[in-house]
Design a protein around this ligand. Structure first.
Ligand SMILES: [Zn+2]
Length: 451
């Protein structure tokens, strides 16, 4: 951890995700934010370095709360470009079943690099594919996260309900319950870090109501309580899923969630679109988090998440890019822009401000992951920062710097710091050969389609 003391001085604009005046900038020491300075203030004691931030808009590092890194290999694939969720999944499952450790490695590197360059410092991934030979998928991901020096919530996903038993995925992509639970325990014991500054965390994440059994939902909830880790799944994404739950379980999605012991503050859900008013109240009272994935919801025409109603009811709201087969980008700052615009269609322009959306992408997302050491700029928080410059053509003529980030479509951070270390400098990831990575990734994507 860098011992130096650095003053990020007088930023052009700063968003703290709280009410602190930080116009004088931040002092970072030992990987944490040491001081937050108001307008005209200077650090209490001298700093080793001063970073002149007068051309930068400074944000807490963005936090992505739902992704499927492996899907970067199946972006913009013609057979599913115009499909909604269920046929989209059924067409893609056999392709994804050909994933190997090498392919997953390069897919993960690409997703993480893209996220990092967009100002994201912490990423959650939902990995639920463990075909033969890929039993150590999460181990592969841990290695990539460490190489890039980011933070991650890697979820041990699962599928246990194959076509033969009335589920959606083909048999070769599902695993036995005992295998899933044993591996979940192994991963938590091997990798899950607790407390402030954790780099790697593990959560349990059965994929969706139509791809896992009731038993694995219940067992995952018990194990998560026993080992104190979080729970994640897809819920209420489409009406197809609601129909499936009604037919198979005789329950709506939230009733099903409740019946398997998941309705509580340990859980965060991806999408959360099709809820009735009573369900919104119940989710809010339970403190269950919702990850809004606007691009994916628009691409698959799934619907619009009732973010403001959920938030008013008490449910934390975060943002996620979702997997790259339904977005197809892994860009967190552009995702915030999408959230701003999609949510304005539901709640109007005045209710959905850039600050509100950036709050979802930072503090809200941190809440979903159960963390209070990241997601805002305040003394004692981790020094996870994203700095954007407004010197590109797209920003020319803009006035309010913070609004310009979203309204003009910022897509790449100039600098990104994770735990006090610069990971992106002048728009480039320190120590990464991006051209070589793209070449390897293209080759892997082509090979995956070839079989
Ligand atoms: Zn997803």
């Amino acid at each position: 951890m860098p011992a130096t003391r650095i003053w990020l001085k007088n930023p052009l604009a700063i968003f703290t995700a709280n009410t602190l005046d930080a116009r004088g900038g931040l002092v970072v020491e030992h990987g944490r934010i040491h001081e937050v300075l108001g307008l005209g203030q200077s650090p209490a004691t001298p700093c080793d370095h001063v970073f002149d931030a007068r051309e930068h808009v400074l944000l807490p590092g963005l936090i992505n709360t739902h992704h499927h890194f492996y899907q970067t290999l199946t972006r913009a694939w013609a057979p599913v470009v115009n499909q909604p969720l269920f046929p989209w999944l059924k067409t893609l499952y056999p392709v994804w079943a050909r994933l190997t450790p090498e392919r997953l490695k390069v897919a993960t590197q690409v997703a993480l690099a893209e996220l990092l360059l967009s100002g994201c410092t912490t990423a959650a991934d939902h990995h639920y594919l463990f075909p033969e030979g890929l039993e150590e998928a999460i181990d592969v991901q841990v290695e990539s996260v460490r190489e890039l020096g980011m933070r991650a919530m890697l979820t041990r996903g699962s599928m246990s309900l194959g076509e033969a038993d009335g589920g959606l995925p083909p048999q070769q992509t599902v695993q036995q319950g005992e295998v899933i639970l044993a591996d979940s325990q192994r991963l938590i014991h091997s990798y899950h870090e607790r407390g402030d500054g954790a780099q790697i965390q593990i959560a349990l994440a059965p994929c969706s109501p139509f791809s896992v059994t009731r038993e694995i939902m219940q067992a995952s909830a018990s194990l998560a309580t026993e080992l104190d880790v979080r729970l994640h799944t897809h819920l209420a994404e489409t009406l197809d899923e609601e129909d499936f739950c009604l037919q198979r379980f005789g329950l709506r999605t939230v009733d099903y969630l409740d019946s398997v012991g998941w309705l509580g503050p340990r859980t965060w859900l991806a999408h959360g679109i099709h809820f009735n008013p009573d369900e919104i109240v119940r989710l809010g009272e339970a403190g269950t988090g919702i990850c809004h994935c606007p691009s994916s919801n628009m691409r698959l025409a799934s619907g619009i998440c009732p973010t403001v109603d959920l938030s008013n009811a008490g449910a934390p709201i975060g943002l996620g890019v979702d997997g790259s087969a339904s977005n197809d980008a892994s860009n967190m700052i552009l995702e915030a822009r999408q959230a701003l615009y999609l949510q304005r269609l539901r709640y109007g322009a005045q209710a959905i401000t850039p600050e509100r959306v950036l709050g979802w992408a930072t503090r809200g997302s941190a809440q979903l992951l159960g963390r209070n050491d990241i997601g805002e700029l305040a003394p004692g928080k981790q020094a996870d920062l994203a700095l954007f410059k407004l010197d590109e053509l797209r920003f020319s003529g803009s006035h309010d710097p913070l609004s310009a980030l979203l309204l003009c479509g910022a897509d790449r951070a100039d600098r990104v710091m994770v735990g006090g270390r610069w990971r992106v400098i002048d728009g480039h990831i320190d120590g990464l050969d991006l051209n070589a990575l793209i070449a390897n990734h293209r080759q892997a994507a082509t090979a995956l389609m070839a079989g």
